[in-house]
Design a protein around this ligand. Structure first.
Ligand code: COA
Length: 533
């Protein structure tokens, strides 16, 4: 095991300006997250309190074990969309611990448009269920929602990954014997009524919770029947007449305690064995990372310096140090957990992809989770590399990533472009969790290259040395500006291409929580596909 050395000069001008820039990027994300989590119109908050209701995050705090951490997913979903009227997409999802069991919690935030669902709300809800399914975790639903946000119905209602998938997922979770508990703490209407109905056990709060397929106004319109919400589908109705809910709670605190008590009788799953030692801090300050990341992400940086600040004791058992040097592979520990790390240190060449493929196979055969640290602009292009068969070597790495039987965790710490995004366990490759740093840039290629490609294909005269016309210059500026916006971490997280933006200094903790979570599901036997040789 080698202790990684550092060559970082923290007094250099470059370090200081990087540090200030990245720190301020991070502060901006924290401020936005704070607002999403805490800022609401005073009248809405007062009304909520008057009804005897707790806020979504306060409910979660009471539900999880005292002093335990709640790892929130996608806090900034729907950021800068819908005129910012859907902070956090009106739903809180994340991983918490209830009576010692790692659990996915999905809580509607009724202070946001009555907890109704726009596209990102559904995506966030479905992603949380997917995390539960992939990691064998119980789910608690804190239901308080008016269902579909009607003006957006065409974007949320009928398609395969729309509202109906929530209940499809509930059925699949149930078939996997994964416990699901619903706490009805507000309205639970239309399709939403199926959430408690499809859960293993449901709790409803007196005078606050109600469940119905159609609310009183719709019933009146449809049948002429006049009925109050309480008489139609209140807590007493459902716990004593219909049987749609199982437990009556006097108030929200009571409901949360009841849920904790239900958890006391679950059998805890046997965790997948994974070697774990006592956690050790890295030898170098983690916040040096702010100074390491260059202002222009395409400039590149020394990934060994990042690894040295993420792994226990800065110790790294490297694999193939001198071969395929544009990718770094090796074993290390993150807060004690044994992991295999794959990190970019330049463009992907044929040798680097073969080395990564070999390393993924090692981890799969030894049952060691993989951590991908992405800073990749893509695969090497050009005649020499096409003739060497870079496409078939890249295909091997993609094949290995897609079929790996061990949990995968991806952190986009810099650029994420081209097929490099795929080979390094991008979103489509189903890493158990994928987080990004505030400086991350995700786009199919760099903005300059995209502008060049688009201008050259539009030109009748394909000569590249012809000076640009005014129109072409305008097009170039537009592409540069669009790419700048669309590649940003905020743009990505708003659309749930990731599970959230994290402060680089929290990376170790987030990874450790994720690794521990993933051990709830036994790793299957390796089952590789056909590798093109
Ligand atoms: N679609 C669109 N907007 C909705 C909505 C829905 N389903 N439900 C609520 N809203 C909006 C309201 O118009 C209001 O918007 P505003 O802040 O711009 O005025 C906001 O959400 C809050 O609703 P409000 O009724 O003021 O809050 P509330 O806390 O008193 O009640 C509900 C919340 C959800 C109980 C109530 O609005 C309701 O019953 N909504 C209709 C539910 C329904 O029938 N859904 C069927 C969908 S499948």
């Amino acid at each position: 095991m080698v202790v990684l050395k550092t060559g970082l000069i923290t007094e250099s001008e470059e370090f200081i300006s990087n540090y200030q820039y990245n720190k301020s990027l991070n502060k901006n994300i924290q401020a936005l997250s704070y607002n999403v989590q805490n800022k609401r119109d005073d009248n809405i908050l007062k009304q909520h309190e008057k009804r005897g209701k707790l806020l979504a995050r306060d409910r979660i705090r009471l539900l999880i074990d005292n002093k335990s951490t709640f790892l929130e997913f996608s806090t900034l979903a729907a950021n800068d969309k819908y005129e910012n009227q859907f902070p956090g997409a009106g739903i809180v999802t994340g991983l918490g611990v209830i009576n010692g069991m790692e659990t996915v919690i999905i809580a509607n935030d009724s202070t946001v448009k009555g907890g109704t669902y726009v596209y990102e709300t559904i995506k966030k809800h479905l992603r949380a269920q997917e995390i539960a399914l992939r990691n064998n975790l119980p789910v608690v639903y804190l239901v308080d929602s008016g269902g579909v946000y009607l003006p957006e119905q065409a974007n949320v209602y009928p398609d395969s990954d729309h509202f109906g998938k929530i209940f499809y997922n509930q059925a699949r979770l149930s078939a996997e014997r994964i416990p699901q508990i619903a706490l009805v703490m507000g309205l639970c209407t239309a399709g939403g009524a199926y959430i408690p109905a499809m859960s293993d056990e449901s709790i409803i709060v007196k005078d606050i919770g109600s469940i119905f397929l159609a609310g009183p106004p719709l019933v009146k319109a449809a049948t002429g029947e006049i009925v109050t919400a309480e008489d139609l589908g209140g807590a007493i109705v459902h716990t004593s007449i219909s049987g749609v809910a199982d437990h009556l709670a006097d108030n929200e605190e009571d409901a949360l305690l009841l849920c904790r008590n239900i958890f006391k009788h679950f059998n805890k799953p046997q965790k997948q064995p994974l070697d774990k030692k006592e956690s050790k801090e890295p030898l170098y300050p983690i916040d040096d990372i702010y100074g390491l990341i260059p202002l222009n992400i395409r400039k590149g940086f020394n990934m060994y310096e990042i690894i040295a600040r993420l792994v226990d004791g800065s110790c790294f058992q490297e694999f193939k140090t001198n071969y395929g040097k544009s990718i770094i592979t090796g074993f290390a520990r993150i807060m004690g957990y044994n992991v295999g790390i794959i990190a970019n240190n330049g463009i992907l060449f044929p040798e680097s992809t073969l080395k990564a493929t070999h390393f993924i196979e090692l981890c799969c055969s030894r049952n060691i989770p993989l951590v991908f640290l992405q800073n990749i602009v893509g695969f090497m292009v050009g005649k020499e590399y096409e003739h060497k068969g870079i496409a078939k070597d890249g295909a091997k790495m993609i094949q290995a990533v897609a079929t790996a039987n061990v949990p995968k965790f991806t952190i986009i710490i810099g650029a994420s472009s081209g097929a490099g995004n795929y080979a390094m366990a991008g979103r489509a490759y189903k890493p158990n969790l994928l987080f990004i740093w505030p400086n991350a840039k995700t786009s199919v290629m760099g903005a300059e290259q995209a502008a060049q490609v688009l201008i050259s294909i539009k030109r009748k005269n394909k000569e590249s040395n012809v000076p640009m016309t005014d129109e072409e210059e305008k097009l170039k500026q537009k592409i540069l500006s669009d790419f700048e916006t669309e590649s940003s971490a905020l743009y990505s997280t708003s659309r749930l291409w990731d599970d959230g933006i994290i402060d680089p200094v929290d990376t170790r903790k987030v990874l450790a929580i994720g690794i521990s979570m993933s051990l709830n599901k036994p790793f299957p036997e390796p089952k590789p596909g056909v590798y093109r040789m």
